[in-house]
Design a protein around this ligand. Sequence first.
Ligand SMILES: *[C@@H]1O[C@H](CO)[C@@H](O)[C@H](O)[C@H]1NC(C)=O
Ligand SMILES: *[C@@H]1O[C@H](CO)[C@@H](O)[C@H](O)[C@H]1NC(C)=O
Ligand SMILES: *[C@@H]1O[C@H](CO)[C@@H](O)[C@H](O)[C@H]1NC(C)=O
Ligand SMILES: *[C@@H]1O[C@H](CO)[C@@H](O)[C@H](O)[C@H]1NC(C)=O
Length: 369
Amino acid sequence: MALTSSLFHLCIFVLVAHFATPIVCHERPHQAALFVFGDSIFDPGNNNYINTTASFQANYLPYGESFFKYPTGRTSNGRLIPDFIAEYANLPLIPPYFQTGKKHFNHGVNFASAGSGCLAETARGFVIDLQTQLKYFQNVAQLLKKKVGKTETKQILSNAVYIFSTGSNEVLAPLSANSTFPYSDTEYLQMIMGNLTTVFKGVYKAGGRKFVMLNLGPLGCVPSVRALNLQKGVTNGSCMEEVTNIAKMFNSALPKMLKHLEKQLPGFKYTIFNTFKVLAESIDNPTKFGFKISEAACCGTGPFRGIFSCGGKRQVKEYELCKNVKDYLFFDSVHPTELAYQQFTELLWNGTPAVVAPHNLKSFFDLST
Ligand SMILES: *[C@@H]1O[C@H](CO)[C@@H](O)[C@H](O)[C@H]1NC(C)=O
Ligand SMILES: *[C@@H]1O[C@H](CO)[C@@H](O)[C@H](O)[C@H]1NC(C)=O
Ligand SMILES: *[C@@H]1O[C@H](CO)[C@@H](O)[C@H](O)[C@H]1NC(C)=O
Ligand SMILES: *[C@@H]1O[C@H](CO)[C@@H](O)[C@H](O)[C@H]1NC(C)=O
């Protein structure tokens, strides 16, 4: 009773002091922030701000047409996974790093860059590589310290969720290499896992504790790779097994690496979303997810609309756009539609251990550190 009444007085006092400002008298539970790293699956427009080419950008229509009504830079027709997570977690949209200035990072920042991978050499010169994304995160951590002090920063960073989507561009890179690829699969995988480990350790050292990783989808089945397969003479439109197999190798190395980090680093926590299972199921059985077409893209040209020309600003200028985007799993020749992303995020947020383990995101956000 005494506490209630003194709180009441405090509110009155604050109300008088700033009478134009709405005051919340009860302490809201501290919502965990969300820091986002990786590739085009998560990039909200960071590549709009770097010196790159239209191949690594999506800041032109019809990208963005279904939700934002303008091209934000997201490589889809609307929102991406981090946008839906923010909604489910009662956070505002997490801004691209280059839009945050020195202020708007209290709820988290998105560092992702389309085309990037775990290795600095993946699309070098055209993207913000993962190591540089880590540097930007370290900048943000410093700014936060200046703003709210050391103790509060430590608490914000250790409660925050760090989500990564990376590795797909390494799996796809050998397809566009002109000469023979210089690494064996095993060497390549070791380098990828090694560099990813370094970045996780860097985030941990800066105060991060809660890591979420999307594993890789069956990349041999995206429309662009099906189209390549067709070019190579596989005329039945099937997936390219070699590509999907490298994704599978990555996916089996990933939990081992994370378990190892969990043993090595006190308080390190992780969870993995099984993108492979979810995407494979939606490709094999689109109607179960409410789609009609899972082999061809909505936007692009050529077989399966698998040529990466959506928007007509890249190398190939012609493109077609489907009439009803809601029927499609893939928006362009590589990237899912907004509706697909929404369904994936529902599973990531609420799903059973078959698709997200050891924690779904809803419980991971609440996990105390
Ligand atoms: C951007 O890249 C182009 C081509 O690679 C180059 O000519 C130009 O100088 C670069 N601009 C900046 C500001 O780095
Ligand atoms: C591949 O070769 C083409 C022309 O033969 C060239 O324009 C392109 O820059 C090369 N790409 C790479 C990644 O070396
Ligand atoms: C990271 O990748 C580079 C190639 O980009 C490689 O030389 C290096 O050994 C890798 N680091 C680790 C720790 O595996
Ligand atoms: C498509 O053809 C390839 C070989 O050309 C074969 O291995 C594969 O089983 C075929 N897939 C289907 C679905 O018929």
